[in-house]
Design a protein around this ligand. Structure first.
Ligand code: 13P
Length: 258
């Protein structure tokens, strides 16, 4: 994926979800670093290990430019929130950013757009890069509700971010029906939805819309990545299953490098 005329750098992020122990994470880091090759120089690369493997990943990728993201955080700095982790705690570990509003958390943990708006701001204020996930269900798409759903998710999720900071957020468009299903969106579907997401950011700031990176997520694999990445508004991908093997993920990074 050649760098867009706007100068947005391709971005590939692997979401490990609830996979990999510390030992497995260490082995992955080594393998990824030895497989990335020159492609890593043209693409921003990130991984999202579970909390328990964050320190090992931060340590292993230290000085390599590969960014390490948490998969969630609390909006609060501290407090009586059993089981939660705050932005200062992640920063202390050396984590670069945090994935917020993944559809699995929206579905299983009841994350709301309003609460996510607070988390996005808390992450930015702390110096963490938020990756805000949005996406419609199959029912919403079939019912002609995709745009309404995305509008709500993007507007509420970014509501508290001042316009001049919107470009610091990364957005991942992940249609729920494409996640873990082997049924990726077509390149045209990804382009249409991502252009719409970018236009929503443009309603707040034209400059931010040019700068903000919007990734596609949902069954991205080495055999469909290049077509999806060739779309003008697609800046890269948030990858689940195909990021779990370092060699496959390195192949995807190479596809993003074009
Ligand atoms: P898959 O790539 O496994 O479909 O998962 C996508 C995803 O949810 C990334 O956050």
């Amino acid at each position: 994926m050649p760098e867009a005329p706007s100068g947005r750098r391709p971005y590939m992020v692997g979401n490990w979800k609830m996979h990999k122990t510390i030992v497995e994470a260490r082995a992955y880091v080594e393998e990824l670093l030895s497989s990335l090759g020159a492609a890593g120089g043209h693409v921003d690369v990130g991984v999202c290990p579970p909390y328990t493997a964050l320190a090992a990943a931060v340590d292993g990728f230290d000085g390599t430019g590969v960014r390490v993201f948490a998969q969630n955080m609390s909006a609060a700095r501290d407090g009586a929130e059993t089981g939660e982790v705050s932005a200062p705690m992640l920063l202390e570990l050396g984590v670069a950013g945090v994935v917020l509003g993944h559809s699995e958390r929206r579905r299983d943990q009841g994350e709301t757009d309003r609460a996510l708006g607070e988390k996005v701001l808390a992450a930015l204020d702390a110096g963490l890069e938020p990756i805000l996930c949005v996406g419609e269900t199959e029912q919403e798409r079939d019912g002609g509700e995709m745009q309404r759903r995305l509008r709500h998710q993007v507007q509420e999720g970014l509501d508290q971010v001042p316009p001049e900071r919107l470009g610091e957020v990364t957005i991942a468009y992940e249609p729920v029906w494409a996640i873990g299903t082997d049924r990726s969106a077509t390149p045209e579907q990804a382009q249409e939805a991502i252009a719409f997401v970018r236009a929503l950011v443009g309603d707040r700031s034209e400059e931010a819309a040019e700068r903000v990176r919007v990734l596609y997520g949902g069954s991205v694999k080495p055999d469909n990545a290049a077509d999806i990445f060739s779309q003008p508004d697609v800046d890269g991908a948030l990858v689940g299953g195909a990021s779990l093997e370092a060699a496959d993920f390195a192949e995807l990074v190479a596809a993003a490098a074009g």
